[in-house]
Write a protein that binds this ligand. Structure first.
Ligand SMILES: [Zn+2]
Length: 498
């Protein structure tokens, strides 16, 4: 994701003004809860009763993330989601059937899925209709007979309704009806507003999407388009994302869209989805993505995914690095005006691409390690500047960044805090990036790039923590780096300029 660049211009006071909603993410996740009666498979009627009931971590309702304790669910590991949605973009409704295959990691007589809003019609476990209930963002499913630890099982949830966006980080997240185009941006916690699952980055899974839309419209999602099935008044687009993906990176984009393909190095298919009125003309900031891909593959290792591209959509204040399909705000691409401390729009394009390695393939185990996404992508954008404009331009960017950070107090990148204005504060990006620059100065270029490549390779398609990164950096460099990471990530006082 891009930082709130308005915040880069001045002090953090303005960031709060631009970004704060006054609502905590936990308030947001309970505000639209619609409890339903327990059922044994018969379609249920949703009630209009509002509740403020919240579940607490430790009772099956979450995996205890430091920032989002209710997200995710203990007791099982999901391997695959089949998300089958029939979408009416005019009414902004979906009819969904999500088939989940999972393995129990403990004996289960019931388990939770994350799902907020929408009406659940029916749930089966291993083809048997089963009872369920709802409490806030928790969908509680009975397993009869119980599922023994280690056993695989299949859950199918049939549901419908209008997904309601959340405003955890200050602008709408989740399933966004933007008029002519419908799209999804979910980071960090809005995936469970449009499909049931384990909505925590610690449980990554492969995905298949079957998205049915009115004839004439196009549906894009993560991975590869494997089938387009005409069906009279509708068309079904089937997308496969075989490499594991965190739920927050799952996306669907629907509209009158043109698919534009272009050659890319290293066998990676570059395909972008553009609003039809652009008539297939790529916005100019996207022109050099092939070059960027080649550069990053050279220093970080081969692209983790077979395809990459952007969906250009209205209203997104920046971009989100959804796996293989970056969602990019059209206004950003067409009207971006960089201020004195802002990255160029081309740097933002590079930043989002680099997340395919750092964030999408290697994903933080918990949300407090968000700097592993944003610090890395920021450092990667500076490396593109160095590659493109020379070391002096890189050094200037480092010096400007240091001056900006040194001039005001800010959240600590290693543990910024759970609200949107903390997690996505510019210090997570910039001081996180400077942490990698400080590492570069400490261990030298050879060791630094070996660390980055090994990180991308060893934890590919998985999860890792800051402690894992420090251990890896020490292993590769042979240096004791605890003090370096502690002062850069966790101490109030800015360390000296490296
Ligand atoms: Zn980012």
């Amino acid at each position: 994701m891009t930082p709130n660049r308005r915040a880069l211009l001045v002090a953090s006071v303005l960031l709060l003004a631009a970004c704060s909603t006054g609502a905590s993410p936990f308030a947001a996740t309970t505000s639209t809860s619609r409890p339903e009666p327990t059922t044994t498979g018969a379609p249920t009627t949703s009630t209009t009763v509002e509740t403020t009931t919240t579940s607490v971590a430790g009772d099956g309702s979450g995996v205890g993330d430091p920032y989002f304790p209710e997200l995710g669910n203990p007791g099982f590991d999901i391997e695959h989601y089949l998300i089958d949605l029939a979408v009416d973009p005019v009414a902004n409704t979906i009819e969904g059937e999500v088939a989940i295959t999972a393995t129990a990691t403990g004996d289960l007589d019931a388990f939770h899925l994350d799902l907020l809003g929408l009406t659940v019609d029916r749930i089966t476990v291993d083809d048997h209709p089963t009872a369920f209930s709802r409490e806030g963002g928790e969908l509680i499913v009975s397993a009869e007979p119980p599922i023994p630890s280690g056993e695989g099982f299949a859950v199918v949830v049939t549901y419908h309704g209008t997904p309601e966006p959340l405003t955890t980080i200050g602008f709408p997240l989740g399933w966004i009806d933007a008029g002519d185009i419908t799209y999804v941006v979910s980071e960090p916690d809005a995936a469970h507003t449009w499909f049931p699952g384990n909505d925590h980055p610690g449980d990554k899974a492969a995905f298949t999407f079957r998205i049915t839309v009115p004839e004439g419209l196009t549906a894009a999602a993560n991975g590869s388009l494997v089938q387009t099935l005409p069906g009279g008044a509708v068309t079904t687009f089937v997308w496969e994302m075989p490499e594991p993906m965190a739920t927050y990176l799952a996306t669907v984009v629907i509209g009158d869209l043109d698919r534009v393909e272009r050659p890319a190095p290293g066998g990676v298919l570059l395909r972008d989805y553009l609003p039809a009125d652009l008539e297939g003309q790529l916005p100019s900031p996207l022109a050099r993505v092939g070059e960027m891909l080649e550069f990053y593959a050279g220093i970080f290792g081969p692209s983790p995914f077979a395809e990459y591209g952007h969906a250009v959509v209205p209203g997104v204040p920046g971009a989100l690095e959804d796996q293989t399909l970056c969602i990019f705000g059209r206004e950003e691409l067409e009207d971006y005006q960089a201020g004195p401390f802002d990255p160029s729009i081309e740097e933002i394009v590079a930043h989002e691409l680099s997340h395919q390695w750092y964030g999408d393939s290697v994903t933080p185990a918990t949300w407090n390690d968000i700097w592993l996404n944003e610090g890395f992508a920021t450092f990667a954008q500076w490396l593109w500047v160095e590659h493109d404009l020379g070391r002096a331009a890189y050094d200037e960017e480092i010096a400007n960044t240091y001056r900006l950070l040194d001039s005001a107090s800010h959240p600590l990148p290693g543990d910024p805090g759970p609200s949107g204005e903390e997690m996505f504060h510019y210090s997570v990006y910039l001081r996180g990036g400077l942490t990698l620059h400080a590492l570069r100065v400490a261990v030298g270029d050879d060791a630094l790039f070996q660390i980055l490549r090994t990180w991308a390779d060893r934890y590919a398609y998985g999860n890792a923590s800051t402690a894992d990164f420090i251990a890896l950096a020490e292993e590769v460099s042979g240096a004791d780096l605890d003090a370096l990471f502690d002062t850069w990530l966790y101490q109030e006082e800015m360390p000296p300029m490296p």
